[in-house]
Design a protein around this ligand. Structure first.
Ligand SMILES: [Zn+2]
Length: 391
């Protein structure tokens, strides 16, 4: 089984300068590869492959006088840049993902480099090729063989290392049968982060909404600054910092919440977002809500996998809000303003969100059964649903 952990690292000034050059080399390979591929296609109608054609150019470039400086960087990191570019094109060509055309990496954005040969990690340092040990803060040691280290630098200038280990520990056996009481459906509401099928609603804690408001304020200030001005670059840093604070606080909260949900249930059912909508969404509040949900589902997914439990994502086109969970009567329309309604067919009163969560749970159980799991309806005294998390 593979386990990942992300730690903060503290390079010295010289190490940071070296990393800066290395990030630059990685970015250069990615951007140059992208430029060559776009050009070849537009001018000559020729489709190159980043992981073959572009990668082959690396040794040539290193021998040249102009690009000889690429030799200074870890060659694995440069090869990985080509692979990443290839993945970006794969995403672009995959009709299911509907990703945009690959974009150039900016010097101002988040930087990263990947290393898998000549790497080491110990209690308080890590080592990557061509550099001495870098001071690190390891919170919990992972037993196993270190497979790769990905170094990153955030927009605000903090350095991190993501370590991937391969452990001897076998992945837990997948579920064979579940208890209906151990299956929970989760829905994303307008005013709540998650509503579960037992009727429990989890809001984003106050410190998160405050952090979001702070980000919004800083972003507005940024948009008022003149392009290219010094004030603007300062405002941009403030936005990045506010963004970072929000992301960290949200991750922290979601780790606790997802741990609890996975501990309390055997299978968790969520509705996937229409990813394309999420990417295109420019309204900040909505965007943050969507991104939040997306991140929570990702955490639920890997935590469930570690425990041999299941996360099921159901089709976003399934009309979870419009369908009565008791008699499956489907309403023609269900405007967002309707918070509760009465089913005209069976006269049941519904809370909009809880009804949707119950439908999602039901749909997920159909999915689990279709996969060959047996779902028993009588649950005994199993605890289900989620209990509130202390924020
Ligand atoms: Zn009904």
């Amino acid at each position: 089984m593979r386990k990942a952990t992300k730690i903060r690292i503290y390079p010295t000034t010289e190490q940071a300068a070296f990393l800066n050059r290395q990030f630059g080399a990685v970015r250069f390979c990615y951007n140059t590869g992208l430029r060559i591929m776009s050009h070849r296609y537009q001018r000559h109608g020729q489709s190159l492959s980043a992981k073959h054609d572009i990668k082959k150019l690396l040794p040539v470039a290193k021998k040249s006088r102009k690009y000889g400086w690429l030799k200074e960087a870890d060659s694995i990191a440069l090869q990985q840049a080509c692979r990443n570019l290839d993945n970006a094109f794969q995403r672009f060509f995959d009709p299911a993902q509907k990703a945009g055309y690959p974009r150039f990496k900016s010097q101002r954005g988040k930087q990263s480099s990947y290393h898998c040969v000549g790497i080491q990690a110990d209690g308080n340092w890590i080592r990557v090729p061509k550099l001495g040990p870098i001071k690190a803060k390891v919170h919990r040691k992972v037993e196993g063989k270190l497979k790769s280290i990905t170094l990153t630098r955030t927009v605000t200038g903090k350095h991190y290392a993501s370590l991937l280990f391969e452990t001897e520990q076998a992945a837990p056996a997948p579920l064979k049968d579940v208890d209906a009481a151990g299956v929970v459906g989760l829905d994303m509401g307008l005013s709540h982060l998650a509503i579960d099928s037992t009727g429990h609603k989890t809001s984003n804690p106050r410190f998160l909404t405050q952090a979001a408001a702070n980000l919004r304020r800083k972003q507005k200030a940024l948009s008022r600054c003149q392009k290219g001005s010094r004030r603007r670059s300062r405002a941009r840093l403030l936005v990045a910092k506010a963004h970072e604070r929000l992301t960290n606080a949200r991750n922290d909260f979601q780790h606790k919440l997802s741990r609890q949900i996975v501990d309390d249930n055997q299978a968790v059912i969520v509705e996937t977002l229409k990813v394309r909508n999420m990417m295109k969404n420019t309204r900040l509040a909505k965007h943050i809500g969507d991104a939040s949900w997306y991140a929570l589902a990702a955490k639920l997914d890997y935590k469930a996998m570690e425990k041999g439990k299941r996360l099921v994502r159901i089709d976003p086109w399934f009309a979870s809000s419009k369908t009565c969970h008791v008699c499956h009567h489907k309403m023609d329309a269900m405007p967002l303003s309707v918070r509760s309604w009465k089913c005209p067919a069976c006269q049941t009163h519904h809370d909009r969100d809880i009804n949707a969560a119950l439908n999602i749970k039901h749909q997920g159980m159909i999915h689990l059964k279709a996969e060959g799991l047996s779902v028993s309806a009588h649950g005994g005294s199993r605890k289900s649903g989620m209990s509130p998390v202390a924020a």
